[in-house]
Ligand binder design. Sequence first.
Ligand SMILES: C[S@@+](CC[C@H](N)C(=O)[O-])C[C@H]1O[C@@H](n2cnc3c(N)ncnc32)[C@H](O)[C@@H]1O
Length: 275
Amino acid sequence: MVIDFFANYIKEQLGIVYERGNYYQLEKRLEELAKSENCSSIEELALKARNGISGNFKTKLLDLATNNETSFFRDPKIFEMLEKEVFPHFIRHKMHEIRVWSAACSFGQEIYSVLMLQQELAFGARPEIREFVATDISEKALKKAAEGIYNHVEMGRGLNPHLQNKFFNPAKEPNHWQVKVDLRRKVNFKSQNLLDPFNHLGKFDLILCRNVLIYQTVDKKTNIIDRLYDQLTEHGILVMGVGESMIGLSNKFEQLTFGSVSIYRKKQNVAKKAA
Ligand SMILES: C[S@@+](CC[C@H](N)C(=O)[O-])C[C@H]1O[C@@H](n2cnc3c(N)ncnc32)[C@H](O)[C@@H]1O
């Protein structure tokens, strides 16, 4: 089956597993890619792919494999926890200037939600953000995140009028709004596949890695979480998606629970891996 070829490539490149039951999703997207690549069918697209997948073709193929579903203040309890538990934790540890990483930022709503939350808090009750790094594997998602332009449906998902007026300007296109430049300027966007080494990004005080590991096999999840641990500063915090859990993946984190949601703090004094 020709879809197997693409499913295998996607699994190898991104770790995303498409089960046969979900091939219809892939098929629809591959048909569109075939058209845009001037191929008459997915079979012809596969012939082209077998000669090598690189450049723009590779970017488009990886883009179509990702699910970029996101929204402003997705899972609001997480943001309440950032405000009431995580930011005070940083202040208590005298971490007044933090580095933050959104490790699968998609279209950017997660980044701007954290920045808006931080800006809304009074000086003294908030750490300043020294650097906000935002990464994703999808070029399409990174481009949109960096532009920070959203339509009225996207704006309606999680934003209130106060935040809209304070942090957005009307964009050129009707019914679209753009994040103000001073907020966009705070973010450093980079392409990063979480399967590849990411230690060059440096250490972070707060890592958001939400709703991306769900697509990975247990082995790959364990490996990524192990490496995220290494990227956290001593009192660093890891935030995962509300439906995701560390159970069976790592015992190097302490779980902090707030109502129905949890975040993870580095356990202190975890023995270093043998070299
Ligand atoms: C469902 S979105 C999550 C967005 C945001 N974190 C949230 O929770 O709303 C998943 C994102 O993970 C990205 N992604 C998938 N596989 C990836 C990989 N191997 N490395 C980096 N990003 C990946 C996708 O491109 C997509 O933008």
